[in-house]
Design a protein around this ligand. Structure first.
Ligand SMILES: NC(=O)c1ccc[n+]([C@@H]2O[C@H](COP(=O)([O-])OP(=O)(O)OC[C@H]3O[C@@H](n4cnc5c(N)ncnc54)[C@H](O)[C@@H]3O)[C@@H](O)[C@H]2O)c1
Ligand SMILES: [Fe+2]
Length: 395
């Protein structure tokens, strides 16, 4: 890879490191435990708001999972308007319609109800309402402008950690890509981790979203921006995923496993808020934007390959994580444990849609994202990137 690109990347990472030191990342007020979403509604109800836009996705709208939350908000004399046109991998258009709706109903706060897709969309809607910018115009770092409308979040997956991160990932379908809006102003004001809302999450989504948590914890652990405090949070999250995700997958109604996973998701979310993610996410974003592959699933399939590629630079870190999950202190043992976890959760080894003829485009997008935003421990050149992609093709 060009020396100039690496130099530019190192400078950007230095600026990010200084920014995280100088600008204290705000943390949302948290409500935790079964039915904590109702306590969050009481917290919102005690504020001088009149009109709330509840942002959720189509699937959750059909399930009606938000009804108890809506009723509780209404019991505080709040007008609640539900906007449910959000899809997995939310698009700039869906966000634009949400901004219009929020302005029409005079919303003075936004409640995000759903997985990362609904929460990310809600964050960008709140920013769009106050800034008159489209989602695409806010892509990048610190492009939001004025403070967004206040956002409150109820994650229904565990998950992206979006309830605590300064990021929102949006999809621009015409360009077949996903990109991030990154700004501390996007961090929600308060959030509830309510296991009761996750009991019906289907096993395949439980697995994919849980492996997103694992990927966050590992990528933040080996990030060049990591700190001792972040590493502790990541170790906690890695250990929790190995212990509780197989239980939540087998027995979705297990409240304790759901609560444990939502806490792991939150801790991993704080970690990526400060140390960011890496190549796994860079490839996953392009694969999500191009083929619509669910985010957590894409991460799960790619994760062992990126770790093997980076192994010589992060050998000690991976050995430590192996110990944390009760394996011999050895990097290969940790990567193997991830592959075994993937097998246990029925994660495929390949992507059916991935084709050799798309490699140039996929690698270019992943490299651009990684080099502009992610503090990766080891750089990849084009040949190494394509070798990695070739392992993901079903031949
Ligand atoms: N902002 C961040 O920091 C951040 C971090 C990682 C990923 N992301 C983004 O988040 C998005 C992925 O979010 P996700 O993985 O949470 O999935 P998602 O929000 O796309 O939801 C996936 C599916 O699960 C369904 N679902 C959600 N909760 C449910 C429940 N309790 N019961 C039944 N069905 C339920 C939804 O209807 C949807 O069909 C991607 O766009 C990804 O890029 C954001
Ligand atoms: Fe993620």
């Amino acid at each position: 890879m060009q020396g100039l690109t690496i130099l530019k990347h190192k400078m950007t990472m230095l600026v990010m490191k200084l920014a995280t030191k100088i600008l204290n990342s705000p943390r949302p007020d948290m409500f935790v435990g079964p039915d904590s979403s109702l306590l969050l509604c009481d917290f919102i109800g005690a504020k001088p708001y009149k009109s709330i836009l509840l942002v959720t996705d189509k699937g959750l709208y059909e399930l009606g999972l938000f009804e108890s939350v809506k009723k509780r908000l209404e019991s505080h004399n709040l007008k609640v308007t539900v906007y449910h046109e959000i899809s997995p991998n939310p698009t700039d258009k869906q966000i634009g319609v949400g901004v219009k709706k929020a302005l029409e109903v005079g919303a003075d706060a936004i409640l995000a109800f759903g997985g990362g897709s609904a929460i990310d969309a809600a964050k960008v809607i709140a920013a769009g309402m106050k800034n008159g910018k489209t989602a695409a115009q806010m892509v990048g770092l610190f492009k939001v402008g004025k403070d967004p409308a206040p956002v409150f979040a109820i994650p229904t997956t565990a998950g992206t950690g979006s309830e605590v991160t300064p990021a929102a990932v949006i999809t621009i379908p015409e360009e077949q890509r996903k990109c991030s809006v990154g700004d501390l102003k996007l961090i929600p004001k308060a959030a509830a981790l309510d296991a009761n809302l996750m009991l019906g999450l289907p096993p395949s989504i439980t697995a994919a979203t849980g492996l997103d948590v694992l990927t966050h914890a590992i990528e933040a652990y080996v990030s060049t921006l990591t700190t001792e405090e972040i590493r502790e949070r990541c170790e906690y999250a890695v250990s929790a995923v190995f212990k509780h995700l197989p239980v939540a997958y087998q027995d979705g109604g297990n409240q304790d496993a759901r609560t444990a996973m939502s806490l792991a998701s939150y801790q991993a979310g704080i970690s990526i808020a400060e140390a960011a993610v890496g190549y796994v996410h860079a490839f996953a974003h392009k694969l999500g934007g191009k083929y619509g592959i669910p985010h957590g699933l894409a991460n799960a399939v790619i994760l062992p390959h990126v770790l093997r590629f980076s192994k010589d630079k992060i050998e000690k870190d991976l050995a430590r994580l192996a110990q944390i999950i009760g394996k011999p202190a050895n990097a290969d043992a940790f990567i193997k444990a991830i592959e075994e976890l993937n097998d246990q959760l029925d994660i495929p080894k390949h992507f059916e849609d991935l084709k050799l003829s798309d490699f140039d485009e996929i690698f270019a997008a992943a490299q651009e994202e990684a080099m502009s935003l992610f503090p990766v421990p080891k750089y990849m050149n084009e040949q190494q990137g394509k070798e990695l992609l070739s392992k993901l093709v079903n031949v």
